[in-house]
Design a protein around this ligand. Structure first.
Ligand code: ADE
Length: 236
């Protein structure tokens, strides 16, 4: 199977690339569309790992290239998020049940907030991939929360904006890419999973927390995504 693994930032994919390097795998680097795709062949499977750069448009480009050019049949997103649910602490893991874009607003035409034209407000992640993630969590005895993720082209570091997103989208976490990857995967009918580790609480101190915990939280998510790949049958 061909599997695409996307992070938004270099910090989010470096632990993965380093892992495969340290395991002695040959890594081919393919530059396309402003991204570098790390191609790794593991017996019958091929992985394409890339960071998209921050934001929904960048992530949509990367997901589209992985699917349309490299024929990826599954997409896994790994990275960090701001926690909206008060139970989520720095380093905790969450998978998206479904995703919405909190900064899409065509309510002027009678649509609900976040409605995507010819689509819906929410796009569901793949049940089978999420089930695999939950199985991994159980095996490793690691807590893994499931919840709605809201994405937007904004770093949320404001309590009132945070509450607005919770109220309008019932989201457990906020980030800047997941829902756009969901749109692309939905358009191409490719199963996807959005995995995030918490770097901050999307409040007034989110910027400081993000800077402090980005690398650590990114590593937690990357390591968990390796376990998902193993559970998917990749012979790592
Ligand atoms: N990614 C990590 N933390 C975030 C936040 N507070 N807002 C948006 N994206 C994030």
């Amino acid at each position: 199977m061909k599997i695409g693994i996307i992070g938004a930032m270099i910090e989010e994919v470096t632990p993965l690339v380093e892992f495969f390097k340290n395991q002695g795998y040959k890594i081919e680097e393919i530059a396309l569309g402003g991204n570098v795709f790390h191609k790794i062949i593991i017996q019958n499977d091929t992985l394409y790992i890339a960071y998209s750069k921050i934001g929904k448009v960048h992530a949509a480009i990367t997901a589209s290239v992985m699917i349309a050019r490299f024929e990826c049949e599954r997409i896994i997103f790994t990275g960090v998020a701001g926690g909206l649910d008060s139970r989520l602490k720095v380093g905790d893991l969450l998978i998206a049940t479904k995703l919405a874009q909190h900064d899409v607003n065509i309510t002027a035409f009678g649509h609900p907030l976040g409605f995507i034209p010819e689509s819906a407000v929410y796009i569901e992640a793949d049940g089978a991939l999420n089930a695999i993630a939950k199985k991994v969590a159980q095996k490793l005895n690691k807590p893994l929360m499931e919840g709605i993720i809201a994405s937007g082209d904004q770093f949320i570091c404001d309590e009132s904006k945070k509450q607005w997103i919770i109220q309008n989208f019932q989201a457990s976490a906020v980030e800047m890419e997941g829902a756009s990857v969901a749109v692309v995967c939905n358009a191409f009918k490719i199963p996807f999973c959005i995995l995030r580790s918490i770097s901050d609480s999307a409040d007034g101190s989110a910027d400081v927390s993000f800077d402090e915990f980005l690398e650590e939280a990114a590593r937690v998510s990357a390591q968990f995504s390796i376990e998902i790949l193993k559970e998917l049958g990749v012979k790592i």
